[in-house]
Design a protein. Structure first.
Length: 188
């Protein structure tokens, strides 16, 4: 992907930012995807961010809903990503996927396929070591690691209410899911 293609994709998203409040926009497989954002989505991001921030090594920082161009057809805006603090401090509007050590997505009703299938493959192909999917509808977190050309080779499903550990380049991270919100219409 050339710089002008990245700029074009990013400018398309930038123009939409203020036009549809309450929606998150990404380019996925060449299509503009708009997902409504609900309180549980933001609360999950905040709680996970706080948990991780207290544990990551000082040379690591966070981006949230910032463009990460992958190719001509995909510009994702991860709910949360751990990248080097030196890069975060540059305060850019887009970052390369090669910087990401750990990426977090929170499922919304309209993002199920994107989060579980498309991003699984895209993140793994770009070598992102750890991918965590928090799902307030299924009341679970899926941890993915060991990236390969067809997706992640390692996968665990942790029901909400349990604590799990991720051994990452940013440190050994313990994530307690007991306080994460669940959708009231989800199956218990």
């Amino acid at each position: 992907m050339t710089v002008s293609e990245i700029d074009r994709l990013h400018s398309q998203l930038s123009r939409l930012e203020g036009m549809f409040p309450g929606y998150r926009s990404e380019i996925v497989e060449g299509a503009l995807m708009m997902s409504p954002v609900k309180p549980h989505h933001a609360q999950t991001i905040r709680l996970v961010w706080n948990l991780l921030e207290a544990q990551v090594e000082t040379e690591w920082g966070f981006i949230s809903d910032v463009a990460v161009p992958f190719d001509d057809a995909n510009e994702f805006c991860p709910d949360l990503a751990v990248i080097p603090e030196a890069e975060v401090s540059k305060n850019l509007s887009a970052y390369g996927p090669e910087l990401i050590e750990l990426v977090v997505e929170v499922v919304s009703p309209s993002s199920v396929r994107n989060d579980y299938e498309i991003k699984d493959t895209a993140y793994a192909r770009r070598g992102i070591p750890h991918y965590l999917i928090f799902d307030p509808y299924r009341r679970q977190c899926v941890t993915l690691w060991n990236p390969g050309p067809d997706g992640y080779r390692g996968r665990d499903v942790i029901p909400y209410g349990k604590t799990f550990t991720v051994d990452s380049g940013a440190g050994r991270l313990a994530i307690d899911t007991s306080r994460l919100p669940v959708d009231p219409r989800s199956e218990a």
